[in-house]
Design a binder for this molecule. Structure first.
Ligand SMILES: [Zn+2]
Length: 110
């Protein structure tokens, strides 16, 4: 299972190329690491994977098109933004983003 999660993570990270928050929401603000320090949105080593769609019920983390790449700041919220979690507030937008990939065999369209 751990190996499987690693594979999905690699596909998701390469597909997104970094935190997707700013691409979906121009007001998302800068990316941050788990300690609240600024983090480049393309620094994949600091990114996390968020599980958005429930398409793979019972087979959680098997489908790359169910996940997005987010920095810890946009994924969980922290520091000055604690209390407001971008990922939670933008569930519909994240699902919409994933729809683009799910219907296109996970090939980039833009
Ligand atoms: Zn971010």
């Amino acid at each position: 299972m751990a190996e499987q999660v690693g594979e999905v993570r690699a596909v998701v990270f390469v597909r997104d190329g970094g935190c997707v928050a700013l691409r979906i929401d121009s007001k998302a603000g800068p990316c941050h690491d788990a300690w609240g320090s600024p983090l480049g949105w393309r620094v994949l080593s600091g990114m996390e994977m968020d599980y958005i769609r429930k398409r793979s019920t019972g087979r959680r983390h098997e489908l790359a098109s169910d996940h997005v790449t987010l920095c810890p700041g946009h994924h969980r919220g922290m520091g000055a933004r604690q209390g407001y979690v971008w990922a939670t507030a933008h569930r519909p937008e994240l699902r919409e983003y994933l729809e683009r990939w799910a219907t296109d065999d996970e090939t980039p369209t833009d």
